[in-house]
Structure formats: C-alpha cells, structure tokens
Write a protein that binds this ligand. Structure first.
Ligand SMILES: NC(=O)c1ccc[n+]([C@@H]2O[C@H](COP(=O)([O-])OP(=O)(O)OC[C@H]3O[C@@H](n4cnc5c(N)ncnc54)[C@H](OP(=O)(O)O)[C@@H]3O)[C@@H](O)[C@H]2O)c1
Length: 277
C-alpha cells in the first residue's frame, strides 16, 4: 500500500519546526498526499506556506523552554480534540538545531538550548501527547540524523542528542507495539536547509553532498506509513550507517573526527569568501 492510501486513516498531523527546511517540506508532502488533512505546526515563527487556515494551524512555542511547552499544550490538545473522531494521529518531532565547533567553543547557553530542544523538548511534547496518541493510534516520527550512528567530534553535543533520539525511538517503539502507535527514527544525512548555517558551518552544501528536502520528506513519510523503525535516505547513507554501526566505536569516532576536522580546516583555510558559493 502506498503512502497516499495509508494516510487516509489519519485525522490530523502535528509537525514541529515547519517554519523552514525539512519540516516545511514534510508539511508540503502531507498536503500532497491528503490535501484536507488538518495540520498543526509548532515552532517559534509561523510557516509561510499559503495553505488555507482551516487545514494549517500554528502554535507559536519555543520548544527548548519547558514552561512554554506546558503553556502551549492546551492549544495542541484543543486541535486534537477538534479532529474527526476515529482517525489516527501523526506527530512529527522535527524541530532541532546543531552546533559545529570544538568543545567548549560555543557558549553554554547555545549548547544547553540545543539539548533542551533536541532531547528534552521532544521527550516532553511526546510525553504530553501520549494519552491522545494511544487513544487514537497513529505514528510518531522523531527526526534524528545520520550523525546518530557514531560519535561525531566537532558536532559532539549535536551528535549525542541525535543518538539519544535514535535509541529512545527504538525503545519507545517496542513499548508501544501493543498500542497501535508506531515510532520511526528518521536519520537523514546532510539536507539542503538553513541547518548548516545556523549550526556555524560557513560553507553551503552543494547539490552532491546535500539532499533535496522535498525528496527526504517524501522518504520520511513513506517509511513512517510503512511502519519502519529507522529511515536513512538512499544507498550511500544506508551504507554509512551500516558501516558505522559495525565498526568498533573507537574506530568510527576516529574516522568521523578526521572527516569533520577536515571540514573545519577547510573553513579556516577558505575563509568567509566561500560563504556565498
Ligand atoms: N539539514 C540537515 O542536514 C539535517 C540532517 C539530519 C537531520 N536534520 C534534522 O532535521 C531537523 C530539521 O532541521 P532542518 O535541516 O530543516 O533545519 P532548519 O531549516 O534550520 O529548521 C529548523 C526548524 O526547527 C525550528 N526550531 C528551532 N529552534 C526552535 C525552538 N527553540 N522551538 C521550536 N522550534 C524550533 C525552526 O523554527 P523556528 O526558528 O521558527 O522556531 C525551524 O523550523 C532537525 O532536527 C535537524 O537536526 C537535519
């Protein structure tokens, strides 16, 4: 059964971080699959998507802030309660940020906010959503990363947050097996979004090293509706994940450190001129 048929059983979707990049592409893909599916976006800024208000609603929330999550949750619950009674629910935990550099080059505030958003915010929102998800059945997608399969020197805190999401998703999936709620850890490699700029990389991804967000979004939803546990995008990423998972952890971290350090040296060598290439 393809994604367009499987999404028919869903009454609504909640997507965090739909104001740009992969989250925006996921919302667009959901709309392609089922144009009238009500979607709730949660992020600090509102998506600019030109979608009728009755199908896309927005809750403004800083998901790195525990108090804000608690205070915005009644709106989220209200959205779910307003959905068609018997349909399933899709929760896509996509909001996330990264930070590239040698520890502790970044201010702690940035690293702390990253842990709060990428880890605590995801667990917190899912915790609050769980009774609603169990009551209807449905699917949770946690957007992890290819960085989750090995240690990532120079992206050390980011990679660890994504490894947390991968392991937590797999555990949650097993616990939820009898409940009719599936859990997918989406683990894409580099995607052409604002992420790299925001994480402190100076170079943009080229078309070869960065995947198209629309294609990744499509693969994420296909994997979700097929009930997959882990999604990687394309053969190259699958091979890298399989290879990193099988190597002794000290070897894979040494190799990924060498690759990521080279990126860093390039940055200093090439300087800001490379910014706009
Ligand atoms: N791009 C890649 O290469 C790549 C690869 C693997 C995995 N990922 C993961 O994919 C996810 C989406 O990233 P992206 O590539 O699409 O980057 P992006 O374009 O920078 O989007 C990040 C999204 O997260 C939201 N966000 C950031 N801080 C937030 C906060 N405090 N509260 C609520 N929402 C917040 C942003 O919305 P606001 O600023 O409006 O709040 C934005 O919509 C992330 O989890 C990232 O780790 C990305």
């Amino acid at each position: 059964m393809d994604a367009a048929r499987r999404i028919e059983g869903f009454a609504g979707a909640i997507v965090t971080g739909a104001s740009s990049g992969l989250g925006e592409a996921i919302v667009k893909k959901i709309r392609e699959l089922k144009a009238n599916l009500p979607i709730l976006s949660i992020s600090r800024s509102e998506p600019v998507l030109h979608i009728p208000e009755f199908t896309l609603k927005h809750v403004s929330c800083d998901l790195s802030n525990q108090a804000r999550i608690i205070s915005c949750f009644p709106e989220v619950k209200g959205f779910v309660e307003g959905l068609e009674e018997n349909g399933k629910l899709l929760l896509v935990n996509n909001s996330g940020i990264g930070a590239y550099g040698e520890f502790p080059e970044d201010e702690f505030a940035k690293l702390g906010a990253m842990i709060d958003l990428n880890v605590r915010g995801v667990v917190h929102l899912t915790f609050l959503m769980m009774p609603l998800l169990k009551a209807r059945g449905g699917a949770i997608v946690n957007v992890s990363s290819l960085a989750a399969f090995q240690a990532t020197p120079y992206l050390s805190v980011y990679g660890a947050t994504k490894a947390f999401l991968l392991h937590w998703s797999l555990s949650l999936r097993e616990e939820l097996r009898p409940s009719g709620v599936t859990v997918l850890a989406a683990c894409p490699g580099p995607v052409r979004t604002n992420f790299f700029r925001a994480a402190g990389f100076k170079r943009r991804l080229d078309n070869v090293s960065g995947r198209n967000p629309d294609e990744v979004a499509s693969a994420v939803l296909q994997a979700c509706f097929k009930g997959r546990a882990i999604m990687t995008f394309g053969f190259r990423d699958w091979l890298l994940a399989a290879w990193a998972s099988r190597l002794p952890k000290t070897w894979s971290s040494r190799l990924s450190g060498a690759a990521l350090r080279r990126l860093r040296l390039d940055r200093f060598k090439e300087g800001p001129d490379k910014d706009e290439t």
